[in-house]
Design a protein around this ligand. Structure first.
Ligand code: CO
Length: 132
């Protein structure tokens, strides 16, 4: 049940500009996606078994737009992958970690939940399982 880093998500104001810069810097191809349910456009680059995801709000509202207004561009969350999300949530709750809502459906058949940033020194952390 070892955890792996699945992705690091970076909030950006201008997705085209950031995707161009990151693609060159990392030497990685960009896959673009729109996640309507989250109100974001995403640019994904694979690095080994992990990904870097640039996320940008579609409109003026939503959590990513609010994040950019409050904190500016930067790391929004990291995501850890597990084989058994329910067991991992129980184990982490046993360590005193607090979660933001229960396990729910994420994009592309994944199941996800988020650990409160106060539980991990200011880093919003996604737990995910399943999917491709
Ligand atoms: Co994520």
């Amino acid at each position: 049940m070892a955890l792996e880093i699945d992705h690091v998500a970076i909030a950006v104001a201008d997705l085209d500009d950031a995707a161009e810069r990151y693609s060159r810097a990392l030497g990685a191809e960009v896959i673009r996606e729109t996640v309507e349910s989250e109100g974001v456009n995403v640019a994904i680059m694979k690095l080994g078994s992990a990904r870097v995801e640039l996320i940008s709000p579609i409109g003026e509202d939503g959590p990513i737009a609010a994040f950019l207004k409050k904190r500016g561009e930067g790391i929004h969350h990291m995501a850890l992958r597990t084989d058994d999300i329910d067991a991992e949530v129980s184990r982490m709750e046993g360590c005193g970690l607090r979660f933001l809502g229960g396990v729910r459906a994420g994009s592309e058949g994944t199941r996800v939940t988020f650990i409160h940033p106060k539980s991990l020194n200011g880093v919003l952390t996604e737990l995910c399982s399943g999917g491709a």
